[in-house]
Design a protein around this ligand. Structure first.
Ligand SMILES: [Zn+2]
Length: 90
């Protein structure tokens, strides 16, 4: 019975060491898989309705339901669409 316990103990130690070695090599693999694609961190990126440049939603300027990269582009686009609707009225 003591021999059986000894065998079980040896197997347990072997399994523990193997698991440790495996997790260490997994960690190395994860480190290799890390890529510098970190541009999209911190929320969504939207497209300016005027110039099409991509800006983080937090930095975007909202005019109605349209989003712009800057208040200037919001104003220019609004003036342009006003002019369009004016020509349609004539
Ligand atoms: Zn823009």
């Amino acid at each position: 019975m003591r021999l059986l316990l000894l065998i079980v103990a040896i197997v347990a130690v072997f399994l523990a060491v193997r698991t440790l070695v495996r997790s260490t090599s997994n960690r190395k693999q994860v480190r290799q898989d890390e890529r510098p694609e970190r541009l999209k961190e911190g929320g969504a990126v939207i497209r300016c309705a005027f110039c099409g440049v991509h800006v983080p939603e937090a930095e975007a300027y909202r005019d109605g339901d349209r989003l712009y990269c800057s208040p200037q582009h919001a104003e220019v686009d609004r003036n342009r669409s006003d002019a369009d609707s004016r020509t349609e009225d004539d």
